[in-house]
Every structure is written in structure tokens, then in C-alpha cells.
Design a protein around this ligand. Structure first.
Ligand SMILES: [Zn+2]
Length: 182
């Protein structure tokens, strides 16, 4: 690495463009000026732990939880920009809220040429209350000319935050797209 490259003050790696370091996931919003790699090497405490290995699932879960906490803090501070009301999955009549407010952090994904419109990779939603839900996609319009049409709905039961490297970048991207990132 170039010694004058700007690095994350916590881990010494290039932090990427988001509010969270892309290498270690820490929130960099409060960092006024990133140190150069040379500065970082001279100032870091001798006992500093090496950058966390992304392969450790426990550390990754911690970093994802940190990223989510930072995401919610930044969004709330900015007045929850971009949060939209989305319908819940399920037949009417359930004694449950019919919708929730939040952000699509990961859209539903369908293969372009998949012959079965019911097959998809669920997305991910974070509500303004900080709950994480799967994003389902209902197929509609059976027997109609415009078939198939899709309607994204939020699975009613919250899930545990997935410990996935890509989630950290996805949260940062939603912050940025809504003007709540740095
Ligand atoms: Zn870092």
C-alpha cells in the first residue's frame, strides 16, 4: 500500500467511500480526517490487534450489528429520509400490522430468464424501529394479459440480522442514497 494512501484510523486499511469502513465496518462519521498509512503506522499502539479476519463469523456478526446500529442512528438523526410504508405479507384479517415503515436494504432478486416467476431470492428490509425482515415478492396477475406482475411485501416476523459481509455495504449504500451518509 502507498504510504500516503488515506486509511481507516481503526484498522489501517483503505476504508472505501461509505460512512462505514469497508474493511473493518467501523463507523467513520466522527473521523474528521483519515490518516495516511504512514501516519497510521507510526501512531497506532504497539499492542493494537490486527484487522479482524472477515472469516470469523462472530466478528462479522458484531460488525453487521455495529453497521445496523450506525445506520439507524444516522437515519434517525436525519429524520429517517427515504423510509417508505410497505405492505406485510399475508392474507387480510391477520391480527397484525398490515404494513411497516422502513428501507429496502436488499431488493428481491429474480433471474431475468427464469421460467418460474415464483422463484426469487428474498430481499431484506430494515424498519424504522430497527427490526430486520425478509422482503417477499408475490406474483400477481395470473391469467391476465400483464402477467406476471410482482408485489414486494414484508414478511411479518422479524429475523436475526444476517451476518453477511455484503450487508455492511448495502446499509452504507442506503444511507448514501438518502443523503444520510457522510
Ligand atoms: Zn477500518
Amino acid at each position: 500500500m502507498e504510504s500516503d494512501a488515506r486509511v481507516c484510523p481503526f484498522c489501517g486499511a483503505p476504508p472505501g467511500v461509505g460512512i462505514f469502513c469497508s474493511a473493518c465496518g467501523r463507523n467513520l462519521a466522527a473521523v474528521e480526517r483519515l490518516p495516511t498509512r504512514a501516519e497510521w503506522e507510526t501512531t497506532r499502539p504497539a499492542e493494537a490487534a490486527p484487522a479482524p479476519a472477515p472469516a470469523d463469523p462472530r466478528q462479522l456478526a458484531d460488525r453487521c450489528a455495529q453497521a445496523l446500529a450506525g445506520f439507524l442512528t444516522a437515519m434517525h438523526a436525519a429524520g429517517d429520509p427515504g423510509a417508505t410504508k410497505m405492505p406485510m405479507t399475508g392474507a387480510p384479517g391477520f391480527k397484525r400490522p398490515r404494513n411497516a415503515r422502513g428501507w429496502v436494504v436488499r431488493p428481491v432478486h429474480r433471474e431475468e430468464d427464469d421460467e418460474d416467476p415464483r422463484r426469487y431470492e428474498p430481499g431484506l428490509v430494515v424498519t424504522t424501529e430497527g427490526a430486520v425482515h425478509r422482503l417477499d415478492s408475490e406474483v400477481r396477475g395470473w391469467g391476465q394479459r400483464d402477467f406476471p406482475t410482482f408485489r414486494d411485501t414484508i414478511a411479518p416476523d422479524p429475523i436475526d440480522l444476517p451476518a453477511e459481509e455484503r450487508l455492511i455495504g448495502e446499509l452504507a449504500a442506503v444511507l448514501r442514497d438518502n443523503g444520510a451518509g457522510s
